[in-house]
Design a protein around this ligand. Structure first.
Ligand code: ASP
Ligand code: MG
Length: 477
C-alpha cells in the first residue's frame, strides 16, 4: 500500500495557472500511488509580476495595522484578498456551481477576517492567539480553491481544515503538535475520506489546541504540517513542491554556480534548514526520521526535474564531502570575558539561564579552554536584551572585576558548510579554513554541529558573500 503526501508551497498555488499546474501534478500522482493526501500553503505571489500579493503576509500586516489603530487598511486588505482569491477561482475551477459555492465560503471566511481585525482595532493590541486565528485564514481559503481545481481535472478532492486533525499545544505562533492525539484524529478523519476514494486537501500551517482554539506552527509551517500528517498516516512518500529545482547548494544570487543537490541525508537537511536554508521549515525533517519516510523537494514549474531526495541513511556512498553552504545574516557575537571566570563553577550555566530568560535561541556557543571567555552568537534583534540581561546577572562579578565586561560584535553573519563527509573525511575542515584564508577572510568564531555534519563560522557582514563563494567552490569538487 503506497500513500503519498504532496505539499504545495505558496507560489505553487499563487494564481489560477499555478493551481492548475499543481492539480495536474496530483492527477498524475493518483495513477502512481494507492492513496494521495494534498497539503497546501496559502496563496503566495503569482508567477505573474502584476500580482505580488502574498496572502499570509497581507493577513498579518492587516492585523498589526488594526492593532495600531488603523481603521482603513484591513478593509483594503479584504478587498485585495477577495480579488486575488476570486480571480483564482474563476481561472482554476470549471464547474459554475462549484465556483459559486467556494466563492461563498471564501466570502464568509473573509467576513470573519474583517470582524477579527475590527475587534483587534478596538482592543488596540493583537495577541498571539488572535494573530493565529487571522494568519491561518489563507490556508483555509487556498485548500477550498485547490480542491475545486482538482475536481476540475477529474480528481475527487475535498478540502479539510487541519484544525480538525492536527492537535497542538497552546504556544500560539509556534505551536508544537501533540503527536499521539494528532495521529489518532488524522487517522480516523483522513482514512474515512480515503476509504470513500477522496483525495483530502489539508490546510498546512494550522492546527488547534485540545479545546479547539486555532494555532499556527510558525511562519513557513506548511512543510512541517505535511510531515506531521505523513508521520501520522505512515505515508510511504512525501513530495514538497516549491518553485525551485530542489535544494540548492547555496543561494544562486550569491554564487551563480549553485546547483541542485541530488541527495541529502535527513541530518544534513536539518542542519541546513536550521542554519538558514529557506527551502524547508526547520522542523520538517523531524517527524519523518522516526518513520523513515523519504522526502523529495521538487519544482512545480519544472516537474520533470528530479529535484532533491532526502533520505535517512546516515551515509551516502560516493557523495561529496561538502554539499551546501548556508548563511544566517545579522547576528551578534556576545562575549563574556574575565580572568576571574577561570575555574568558577556555574558561570556557563548562569550565562545560559540569563539568555533563556530573554527567550532568545542561541545559534552558536563556544567556551575557550582557558575558561576566560564564553561566546554566544544570537540574532541581532535580540542583542540588546541579551546583553543587558547578562550584565545584570553578572553585576556582582563585574563589580569585583572577575568579569571585565559583556561585549558584542554586531556586524556579523554565520556561514555554515554542510556535508556528512565532515566527520569522516580527514582534512575537510582544513580545506574550509584554507579557502577562507586564501580569500583573506577573518573568522571570529567556529562551531562544529553536534552531528558532525556541519561547520559554522562567524564572519563580518561585509565579507559574507565572498566567504560563501570561497567555501561553495569546495562543494563543486
Ligand atoms: N502560509 C504560511 C506562511 O506564509 C505557511 C507556509 O506557507 O508554509 O508562513
Ligand atoms: Mg515554505
Amino acid at each position: 500500500m503506497t500513500l503519498a503526501v504532496i505539499k504545495f508551497g505558496g507560489t505553487s498555488v499563487g494564481d489560477a495557472r499555478a493551481m492548475r499546474q499543481s492539480a495536474q501534478i496530483v492527477r498524475s500522482a493518483v495513477e502512481k500511488f494507492d492513496h494521495i493526501i494534498v497539503v497546501t500553503s496559502a496563496m503566495g505571489k503569482s508567477p505573474d509580476p502584476r500580482d505580488q500579493v502574498k496572502v499570509t503576509d497581507t493577513l498579518i500586516n492587516a492585523a498589526r495595522s488594526a492593532a495600531d489603530g488603523d481603521g482603513e487598511f484591513f478593509h483594503k486588505a479584504k478587498r485585495q484578498l477577495a480579488d486575488k482569491h476570486l480571480t483564482a477561482i474563476d481561472g482554476a475551477v470549471d464547474n459554475p456551481e462549484d465556483r459559486r459555492r467556494i466563492a461563498e465560503e471564501i466570502d464568509r471566511l473573509l467576513d470573519g477576517f474583517e470582524t477579527l481585525c475590527a475587534s483587534v482595532r478596538v482592543l488596540g493590541e493583537v495577541t498571539p492567539r488572535a494573530l493565529d486565528a487571522i494568519s491561518g485564514l489563507g490556508e483555509r481559503i487556498a485548500a477550498r480553491i485547490l480542491a475545486g481545481a482538482l475536481r476540475s481535472v477529474g480528481v475527487n478532492a475535498e478540502s479539510i481544515d487541519a484544525t480538525e486533525i492536527v492537535v497542538t499545544d497552546d504556544r500560539f505562533q509556534a505551536a508544537a503538535p501533540l503527536m499521539d492525539e494528532t495521529r489518532e484524529r488524522t487517522h480516523t478523519v483522513l482514512h474515512r475520506m480515503l476509504d470513500r476514494g477522496v483525495v483530502p486537501v489539508v490546510t498546512g500551517f494550522i492546527g488547534a489546541t485540545r479545546t479547539g482554539v486555532p494555532t499556527t506552527l510558525g511562519r513557513g509551517g506548511s512543510d512541517y504540517s505535511a510531515s506531521i500528517i505523513a508521520a501520522a498516516m505512515d505515508a510511504t512518500d512525501v513530495f514538497n513542491y516549491t518553485d525551485v529545482n530542489g535544494v540548492l547548494s547555496t543561494d544562486p544570487r550569491i554564487a551563480p554556480d549553485a546547483r541542485t543537490i541530488d541527495r541529502l541525508t535527513a541530518q544534513e537537511m536539518s542542519e541546513m534548514a536550521y542554519y538558514g536554508a529557506s527551502v524547508l521549515h526547520p522542523m520538517t525533517i523531524a517527524p519523518l526520521i522516526e518513520r523513515n519516510i523519504p522526502l523529495r523537494v521538487k519544482n512545480t514549474f519544472n516537474p520533470d526535474h528530479p529535484g532533491t531526495l532526502i533520505v535517512h541513511d546516515s551515509y551516502i556512498e560516493g557523495a561529496h564531502a561538502l554539499k551546501a553552504v548556508t548563511t544566517v545574516r545579522e547576528v551578534s557575537v556576545i562575549t563574556v570575558t574575565g580572568r576571574g571566570m577561570k575555574g568558577v563553577p556555574g558561570i556557563a550555566a548562569r550565562t545560559f539561564t540569563a539568555v533563556a530568560r530573554t527567550g532568545t535561541s542561541v545559534l552558536m556557543f563556544s567556551q575557550a579552554s582557558a575558561e576566560t571567555n564564553i561566546c554566544l552568537v544570537v540574532p541581532r534583534a535580540s542583542t540588546a536584551r541579551v546583553k543587558s540581561e547578562l550584565q545584570s546577572e553578572m553585576a556582582g562579578e563585574i563589580s569585583r572585576h572577575e568579569i571585565d565586561e559583556v561585549t558584542s560584535f554586531d556586524e556579523a553573519s554565520i556561514i555554515t558548510v554542510v556535508g556528512q563527509g565532515i566527520s569522516d573525511t580527514p582534512g575537510v575542515s582544513g580545506r574550509v579554513f584554507g579557502a577562507l584564508g586564501n580569500a583573506g577572510i577573518n573568522v571570529y568564531a567556529i562551531a562544529q554541529g553536534s552531528s558532525e555534519c556541519s561547520i559554522s563560522m562567524v564572519v563580518g557582514d561585509k565579507v559574507c558573500d565572498d566567504a560563501v563563494r570561497a567555501v561553495h567552490q569546495l562543494t563543486l569538487h
